[in-house]
Design a protein around this ligand. Structure first.
Ligand code: HEC
Ligand code: HEC
Length: 157
């Protein structure tokens, strides 16, 4: 399976070390159960994360903290689900894009919300940071693989 991915290990921080994908995992086949018990596919988790983070900021701008807390809880839950998805392909998932640095950013947002902070810049800073240390670099590493998988799949039909 590995030979099919165009991204080389040169892109990886710990080149040649333990964080190699195992097995034949495929993003389009991953589903994870939410706390409420419904099963979501990886793409839905992504869309919920993106929408949830956008909604959270919008709620804060509007001063609607009840709604912001709800958005925050959705984001926390989806983030955990995303983290579980790593194990479909990696043995040691708790590094990089979902590690404690990233989760610390999320927890800080929770802290601002609980304090009722209306300083939108504070939230924006953490949101940008999450994007820079989690979403963007993970997309850079995995999106080509995901799209290649889709291509291989569609070319089979
Ligand atoms: C595993 C690493 C990984 C992380 C971390 C990650 N993503 Fe993704 N994301 C992917 C992959 C792979 C795809 C393409 C496959 C798919 O859409 O299911 C994707 C697709 C998406 C899409 C759909 C894009 C489209 O054009 O359909 C959105 C939106 C998205 N991610 C948002 C986010 C946000 C917001 C974050 C950060 C909070 C994030 N992702 C973190 C791997 C990741
Ligand atoms: C569907 C399978 C799949 C899933 C799910 C997946 N990965 Fe990957 N990941 C890969 C593949 C394949 C590569 C290698 C790409 C290459 O060879 O260039 C990779 C590469 C990586 C790398 C870079 C290699 C390195 O050693 O530095 C990191 C870091 C990484 N993944 C972390 C994660 C994390 C964190 C998650 C969960 C949020 C995740 N991956 C989910 C398949 C997956």
């Amino acid at each position: 399976m590995r030979g099919r991915y165009s991204l080389g290990w040169a892109h990886c921080a710990n080149k040649g070390q333990t964080f190699r994908p195992t097995g034949g995992g495929n993003f389009s086949q991953i589903t994870i159960d939410s706390e409420s018990g419904n099963s979501l596919d990886f793409h839905t988790i992504m869309v919920d994360l993106s929408n949830g983070l956008g909604a959270l900021r919008g709620n804060v701008v509007q001063g609607d903290f009840d709604a912001a807390l709800k958005s925050y809880q959705v984001v926390r839950e989806r983030f955990t689900m995303m983290e579980l998805a790593c194990t479909a392909c990696h043995d040691e998932p708790r590094e990089y894009f979902v590690d404690s640095r990233v989760k610390g950013r999320l927890l800080r947002i929770g802290g601002f919300l609980r304090k009722g902070s209306q300083d939108v810049d504070l939230y924006t800073q953490e949101l940008n940071n999450i994007n820079e240390v989690s979403c963007m670099p993970c997309h850079q590493v995995h999106m080509p693989a995901a799209f290649l998988q889709q291509y291989w799949e569609s070319s089979k039909n």
